[in-house]
Write a protein of this length. Structure first.
Length: 368
């Protein structure tokens, strides 16, 4: 008989709670080769991330990649590491804290907001167990990926389902999906771009960069490519840009396979010869700044553009833990938690506590 995970000290009549888990990609614990190796081993072992036969990939991963890549990646991480540690971790923690504060003041019932990482710590399973011990009966999972991909949002769902599959009392569950065309998200992005331009100038062109994916994912039915295009188009429309004032491309190509195009690196090399001297770049697919935005774009991308003849390169920060991003995610949480007691206007803690008193009394009387 399987040993399913239950509460350590179960109590009848405990106040039920809504758990909200914000999930980001993850980060190494430190910018060292050993820490990066552990992180990459987990990340690149996910079949959602690398879709080639497991045996072949295992040989490549452990025989080549994990022997070579950690040292190089550790140097890149060190270039963006801060006093607070990983930028992605610090920003994500700040976002989760602000979402918790706003929900505490805007919903009548008990709500706990936690941050989890798909890879590394805090792991999804550990975070869910923490909420379980707090009496969570309803769970809302918010992957911080605006555009859906099986390798991101799909993988988060895999990890959540795998953890809950070991529980004795499985909570009510909702997994939030893409918000690539949510008007609130589009406005927040456009407002951040406007604000940056008001201070730093408009530039000759806006490059909208998204994380790349193998082209095979598009032909396999993943909506990511289409979601990225729609986000870029809606942002450009919100800003009132014509076709000559903006373009989109894909970054972070890994391996030899053909990925979604155009590639950011190739466009950065070509734009100066096309008359673009001042380039502004924004990365809407990243909810928080991280290695891919701060090092790959703001550092390497700048060097590539300037070496090709560019004169000025500006990177616009992600939405991070800004008020507009907090408001966006709180609004989405309230929308997706609609109908649950903790967010209902008729939630009455006193009446519920009285009912729970009766439950506790019955439970105590029934004990042998």
């Amino acid at each position: 008989m399987p040993g399913y995970q239950g509460l350590q000290e179960f109590e009848h009549g405990r106040m039920p709670r809504l758990g909200v888990v914000l999930v980001n990609l993850g980060t190494p614990e430190s910018p060292t080769p050993d820490a990066v190796r552990r992180y990459l081993a987990e990340f690149l072992s996910d079949p959602r991330v690398v879709e080639i036969p497991r045996l072949i990939w295992k040989v490549i991963l452990h025989g080549i990649i994990l022997r070579v890549r950690p040292k190089k990646s550790a140097h890149a991480y060190a270039s963006v590491w801060t006093d607070k540690g990983s930028p992605l971790m610090a920003i994500s923690q700040a976002l989760a804290q602000k979402v918790q504060e706003q929900l505490t003041h805007s919903v009548p019932g008990p709500v706990s907001v936690e941050l989890a990482m798909r890879y590394g710590e805090p792991a999804i399973g550990a975070v869910l167990s923490k909420l379980q011990q707090q009496g969570m009966e309803r769970l809302l999972v918010l992957p911080l990926y605006p555009q859906y991909s099986g390798a991101t949002t799909g993988s988060v769902a895999d990890a959540v389902f795998a953890s809950l599959g070991r529980w004795r009392w499985v909570p009510e569950l909702r997994v939030m999906g893409a918000y690539h065309d949510d008007p609130r998200y589009i406005r927040a992005l456009a407002d951040s771009i406007r604000s940056y331009r008001e201070t730093n100038g408009t530039g000759d062109k806006l490059l909208i960069s998204f994380h790349g994916m193998p082209r095979a994912t598009l032909t396999a039915g993943d909506p990511y490519y289409c979601h990225c295009h729609k986000t870029a188009r809606l942002v450009a429309e919100e800003l009132g840009l014509d076709e000559a004032q903006w373009e989109m491309a894909f970054q972070s190509r890994f391996g030899r396979a053909t990925w979604l195009q155009p590639y950011v690196v190739q466009r950065l090399e070509a734009l100066p010869s096309e008359g673009v001297r001042h380039l502004t770049v924004v990365c809407p697919g990243f909810s928080s700044d991280c290695l891919e935005t701060l090092e790959e774009i703001a550092m390497q991308g700048r060097d590539t553009f300037m070496a090709a003849g560019g004169e000025r390169f500006d990177y616009i920060p992600a939405l991070n833990a800004d008020a507009a991003h907090v408001d966006l995610q709180v609004a989405r949480i309230l929308q997706h938690a609609s109908g649950w007691p903790e967010t209902s206007d008729d939630f009455d803690s006193r009446r519920l506590e009285k009912a729970l008193d009766s439950t506790r009394a019955y439970a105590q009387a029934a004990q042998p």
